[in-house]
Design a protein around this ligand. Structure first.
Ligand SMILES: Nc1ncnc2c1ncn2[C@@H]1O[C@H](COP(=O)(O)OP(=O)(O)OP(=O)(O)O)[C@@H](O)[C@H]1O
Ligand SMILES: [Mg+2]
Length: 239
């Protein structure tokens, strides 16, 4: 479904990613792990079109998308939950969700069709907070709204950049269980994570990044050996 080949990208004069190649299959959940500054978010930005590709190709379902603007990639089914969420803080939860719903209508043939009622079932706390301004909610609550908003775009590839960072274990558990329920429902996932345990629990395979490159591929069946190895401390620091 998604193939990134020999990707270089960066900001201004600075090149961050060098020769990055990853693949994500249909219905697959793939983790991207790596230390702070490894280039994970830059890869996310490049895949969803927030920064240009300098070299290499990005194809989705056989179509080269590397030169398409971000909104076209969204219409092709790529939705992203960015690190800093990018919600409209002064608008209510309902208004944030409705904006996404309107955009999601552009994807008529999507295999996943989630409406507001469906995301309220996934994250029931939102029922009581629909009219609250997003700025007044906690970080964990905002993260759940950001995930809901991405789902309303009817993606077939959902990219989440560190959804568990800074959140209480209870919130992480709620998010993880929603992620688990999305797997196997026709959605592919890219999960950026620094927490190896959360990544292992929620993905089939992983790419380890360091200094803007993919330095290791953890294949199916290789997770538990990797998670217990010294490579984790070497690439990600103490867990
Ligand atoms: N907007 C930007 N302008 C210039 N350089 C940037 C920008 N964003 C990131 N960088 C640089 O790119 C490199 C990779 O950053 P990136 O945010 O992709 O790492 P990361 O793996 O997501 O880290 P973290 O785990 O801290 O989120 C860093 O050296 C960073 O300083
Ligand atoms: Mg990041």
């Amino acid at each position: 479904m998604l193939i990134v080949e020999g990707l270089s990208a960066g900001y201004g004069e600075v090149n961050v990613l060098s020769e990055v190649s990853i693949e994500v299959g249909h219905n697959e959940s793939v983790a991207i792990v790596g230390a702070n500054g490894a280039g994970k978010s830059t890869l996310v930005n490049a895949i969803c079109g927030l920064i240009p590709t300098r070299r290499g190709r990005i194809t989705k379902d056989g179509r080269d998308i590397h030169a398409l603007p971000a909104h076209c990639r969204a219409e092709l089914g790529i939705a992203v939950v960015l690190e800093n969420r990018h919600l409209f803080g002064e608008l209510s939860v309902r208004q944030n969700l409705e904006l996404a719903l309107n955009r999601g209508r552009l994807r008529k043939s999507a295999s996943i069709q989630l409406g507001i009622q469906d995301v309220l079932e996934l994250f029931p706390f939102m029922n009581e907070r629909l009219n609250s301004a997003v700025d007044l909610l906690s970080g964990g609550e905002q993260q759940m709204i950001a995930i809901s908003r991405a789902l309303l775009l009817k993606p077939d590839l959902l990219i989440m950049d560190e959804p568990s960072t800074g959140l209480a274990p209870k919130v992480v558990k709620a998010i993880v269980s929603v992620v688990a329920s999305l797997r196997g429902r026709g959605m592919s996932l890219i999960l950026v994570e620094q927490n190896v345990a959360v990544a292992e629990q929620n993905s089939d395979r992983a790419y380890v990044m360091s200094l803007g490159r993919v330095v290791k591929h953890v294949d199916r069946g290789g997770w538990s050996e990797f998670a217990r190895s010294e490579l984790v401390t070497a690439y990600l620091g103490r867990q």
